[in-house]
Design a protein around this ligand. Structure first.
Ligand code: 8YV
Length: 309
């Protein structure tokens, strides 16, 4: 098993090492040499949101049978290549839905109610000296969601509990939801106060948040991104925030993680998180169990637990 993602999850590594011969790609200095000597023995890749299996890697692994991703997102896997080669692909859906949706609501509250600044205000002793600035109410704000899959729906359900009117944009209108549908992202942005990116990253959704959308959301609007960095044209977002053309942003993901545009560091209307949507002990364990369970099922010729391909 070749693990292409960084090794932040000791439980996953431990479980993989118990069952397989695990190669940790990140700690191998000469990757080309390693692949040359080991390519024939590698039958599985374990990837994540940060590294998966691109066309180049797949091409270098002639006996690759399965890619088991420690993520629900599949944007780091060349699915077309996998399909072509008959390589199976699995991910970790459902188990992380609640955490990611919780975090999206957390970001909305953090941006509007200035939770991070308020905390800093107390810790720095400023409370004893100065006056607290008023913030913005969250309950009742209109929430527009891009992507109404498992995570989008879970965000909608939570926002409804805060009396937020919900609207959404997806490729096609959904017949089984009561929320208002907008066929274009610009229209959705123009008609909501908080815009949430909750769709998969594909060629179609790359830079789905562009200058036009940001301007439609406007100087009172808030952007929440719990999807992927490349959903957003980041330089456009940064200039809109710096120039005050956008009201605020709550961002869990960035274009070039872990690098975050430093222009954002001084802004009070922005909350920045290090891609932690699924980052709870409970969920990461369930994700790891799925990664390992899918590999075991595959090698025992049993049905995969969460197949994509
Ligand atoms: C990451 C995610 O996979 O599921 C996804 O698509 O982005 C996250 O759950 C997680 O941070 C592990 O890298």
């Amino acid at each position: 098993v070749l693990m292409t993602c960084p090794l932040h999850d000791p439980y996953l590594v431990e479980q993989l090492e118990k069952r397989f011969t695990l190669f940790k790609f990140h700690s191998i200095p000469d990757k080309a040499h390693f692949l040359n000597s080991n390519k024939a023995s590698i039958r599985a890749v374990v990837g994540s949101a940060s590294a998966g299996a691109d066309a180049k890697l797949i091409h270098q692994l002639p006996n690759l049978e399965i890619v088991s991703s420690f993520s629900v997102g599949l944007d780091k896997i060349d699915l077309a290549k996998c399909r072509e080669r008959g390589i199976r692909v699995t991910n970790t859906p459902d188990v992380l839905t609640d955490d990611v949706a919780d975090l999206a609501i957390g970001l909305m509250l953090a941006v509007l109610r200035r939770l991070c600044q308020s905390d800093r205000y107390v810790r720095s002793g400023q409370w004893k000296r100065g006056e607290y600035k008023l913030t913005t109410k969250f309950t009742g704000k209109s929430v527009g969601i891009i992507g109404l899959g498992r995570i989008g729906l879970a965000i909608a359900k939570r926002a409804e509990a805060f009396s937020c009117p919900i609207s959404y944009h997806t490729r096609a209108e959904k017949s089984d939801v009561k929320y208002k549908y907008y066929p274009s992202v610009v229209e959705l942005a123009a008609n909501c106060q908080i815009l949430v990116v909750a769709c998969a990253l594909t060629e179609e959704t790359r830079h789905i948040i562009n200058r036009e959308v940001i301007n439609a959301l406007g100087p009172k609007g808030v952007l929440i991104n719990i999807g992927r960095g490349p959903h957003v044209d980041e330089p456009e977002l940064v200039s809109a925030l710096v120039e005050g053309r956008l009201g605020g942003a709550g961002l869990d993901v960035f274009q070039d993680e872990p690098n975050v545009p430093e222009e954002l560091f001084g802004l009070e209307n922005v909350v920045l998180l290090p891609h932690v949507g699924s980052g709870t002990m409970e969920t990461r364990k369930e994700m790891a169990d799925l990664v390992v369970g899918n590999l075991e099922a595959h090698f025992l010729n049993k049905p995969l637990l969460t197949p994509v391909l």
